[in-house]
Every structure is written in structure tokens, then in C-alpha cells.
Design a protein around this ligand. Structure first.
Ligand SMILES: [Zn+2]
Length: 138
């Protein structure tokens, strides 16, 4: 059910896609989700949606999205506000939101190494891995 993205994936997006493929979770790339922003209906496209988990995954480049860990108050920090609006809109639409930062996966050359890096931290990731294990047990 993976759709072809309109633009080529970024390295961070490719890393997330490789990880989701590796753990066998079905996902959709940049679907248009109907959300409400500022009282208006809009369609926003998160980087990935895992429909079975109602999970949105955003794969963020550290400079472009003003990663606080890598750039502090430098980088394109003005994008943080826009990102916050997006993430809040996805949550209001009933999705859990997971952000994967470029620095979590950059420099890791194999899919396996990226998978190990991504499977730690943050609540949704262990849940995805548990889901895979339960599927394997069937
Ligand atoms: Zn970063």
C-alpha cells in the first residue's frame, strides 16, 4: 500500500522507509490527511502514516526543521512553529505522532544499523516492534 511520493525521498525519509520495511509494518508515503488548522479544513501530507496504528511519522532534516539538539537557536528555527501546528493538527485528527530526526539516522550506512537506532527511544517505536513480533508468532 506504499504510494509513490511526488518528490524524491530525503535521506532521513529513506532511512525511515527502510526501517519500516525491515520490521514489516505497512505504511503510506505522504498521504493527504484531512485536518483542521485554525478552524479551517485543510489537507496536510505527513511523511508517513501507519494506518493500522493511526500513527504519523515525520522524518525531519535537522537544519530545515531547526532541530533543537543539533542547532539550538540556529538553523531554520522559524520552521518549528509551522511544524508544531502540523503535528498538533495530526493529533487532533486522532493520530499519534512520531518525529524521527536526521541526526538519529545519518552516518548509519546499513538498513540494519538504522533499524537498531530507530528502534530505541520514543513510545511508538517499541509498540511497532511488539506488533511485528506478535505477527511473527501467528
Ligand atoms: Zn538533529
Amino acid at each position: 500500500m506504499t504510494q509513490a511520493p511526488a518528490k524524491p525521498m530525503t535521506a532521513t525519509e529513506r532511512a525511515v522507509a527502510a526501517w519500516l520495511d525491515e520490521i514489516g509494518v505497512e505504511y503510506v508515503v505522504k498521504p493527504k490527511l484531512a485536518v483542521i488548522v485554525g478552524g479551517r479544513r485543510r489537507r496536510l501530507s505527513p511523511d508517513f502514516v501507519v494506518p493500522d496504528e493511526r500513527l504519523v511519522i515525520e522524518a525531519n532534516g535537522c537544519f530545515v526543521h531547526g532541530c533543537p539538539e543539533c542547532y539550538g537557536d540556529r538553523g531554520l528555527v522559524h520552521n518549528r512553529g509551522r511544524d508544531d501546528v502540523r503535528l498538533a493538527a495530526f493529533e487532533r485528527a486522532g493520530y499519534e505522532v512520531e518525529v524521527v530526526w536526521e541526526h538519529e539516522v545519518s552516518g548509519l550506512t546499513s538498513a540494519a544499523a538504522r533499524g537498531r537506532a530507530l528502534s530505541h527511544a520514543s513510545p511508538a517505536r517499541p509498540r511497532l516492534l511488539r506488533r511485528r513480533r506478535s505477527q511473527c508468532a501467528v
